[in-house]
Design a protein around this ligand. Structure first.
Ligand code: PEP
Ligand code: MN
Length: 333
């Protein structure tokens, strides 16, 4: 539910109204700007007497938010969310390029790739230290050692770090190292993990589950936001269809849909979406053209020997070219 306030309202009047609404058992989020007073009411609004709120003299109108997600909805917050990571802004018309290997494999590997990503003009470094692998026999990641190597790579290059947390147990450790914590596709509906991420002070990059609808995707973002963390970045990484030539099927229209429904930034991950390095550049161009806020690209200096996802990783020179081309497309858009 959204409460639109009249033009001229004193701070004290607003405070009293918020108090009154909180006494009804609801949370109040102040989503207004200087000359546009808006309060978002979160919680079970079914038992609330709207006429009672409407009757308050500082209230202009009360509107029901039709969507099941509230905090994530564009109705609740018309302005784009912009997330600041070490001075780099994600969302609000900026283009963010994240590059790096699927997994952190060694100190040499991540340092080497970090330097290349930096030199190519990438803004953030990715790399999994805790890896969600389909097979228990595949490389599972270096764990905390991987996090230490990422930290070292950041210290040298200045690139902020994004890395995945797969469970609550390791979340707090990862939080100490990461600038953005990723929640992967397989955990998009791990509600306990989402709530935990909601209590973090770090931005969360939430990847779309492989069979999740757009509404379910936004409801998962809502879980994080309802627990107190409004810095959520969405990431489309393809969904499961009958197609088997590509690893997943990229739902590019999701960018436009999300822009209409939500104020949260949305990135595209063309690496996991296609599973083929040859498709990464063309898909990236389309993603930026349609208005994505950024790209997350797997980059490896020796993809033939990568411990995970080599077939979808770009060699550094191709990544450099990609950054240059999508930068031009972004300017035009
Ligand atoms: C990843 O980005 O490292 C990853 C595992 O992606 P996803 O969760 O989209 O499969
Ligand atoms: Mn990968």
């Amino acid at each position: 539910m959204i409460v639109v306030l009249k033009r001229i309202v004193t701070d004290e009047e607003k405070r009293d109204l918020i108090q009154m609404i909180e006494n009804m058992g609801l949370q109040v989020k102040d989503a207004g700007s200087e000359n546009h007073g808006v309060l978002g009411l979160v919680g079970d609004t079914t038992k609330v007497d709207i006429t009672h709120i409407e009757a308050q003299h500082i209230v202009d109108k009360v509107m029901k938010v039709q969507e099941p997600y509230k905090l994530a909805s564009r109705t609740f917050q018309p302005m784009d969310t912009v997330i600041d990571v070490d001075g780099h802004k994600i969302g609000g018309g900026n283009l963010t390029i994240i590059g790096g290997p699927c997994s952190v494999e060694s100190e040499y590997q991540i340092m080497h790739i970090a330097r290349l990503v930096k030199a190519s003009g990438g803004h953030l470094l990715r790399g999994g230290a805790f890896k969600p692998r389909t097979s228990p026999y595949s490389f599972q990641g270096l764990g905390e050692d991987g996090l230490k190597f990422l930290k070292k790579a950041k210290a040298e290059t200045g690139l902020p770090i994004i890395t995945e947390a797969m469970s609550i147990e390791e979340f707090d450790l990862i939080e100490q190292y990461a600038d953005i914590i990723q929640i992967g596709a397989r955990n998009m509906q791990n509600f306990a993990l989402l709530k935990h991420a909601g209590r973090s002070s770090k931005p969360i990059c939430l990847k779309r589950g492989m069979s999740a609808t757009i509404e379910e995707f936004l409801m998962s973002a809502e879980y994080i936001m309802a627990s107190g963390n409004s810095n959520v970045i969405l990431c489309e990484r393809g969904i499961r269809t009958f197609e088997s030539y590509t690893r997943n099927t990229l739902d590019l229209a999701v960018v436009s849909a999300i822009k209409e429904l939500s104020h949260l930034p949305i990135l595209i991950d063309p690496s996991h979406a296609t599973g083929r390095w040859q498709l990464v550049e063309p898909v990236s161009k389309a993603a930026v053209a349609i208005g994505a806020d950024g790209l997350m690209i797997e980059v490896h200096h020796d993809p033939e020997h990568a411990l995970s996802d080599g077939q979808q990783s770009l060699k550094p020179e191709r990544f450099t070219k990609l950054v240059e081309i999508v930068g031009k497309i972004h300017q035009i858009v």
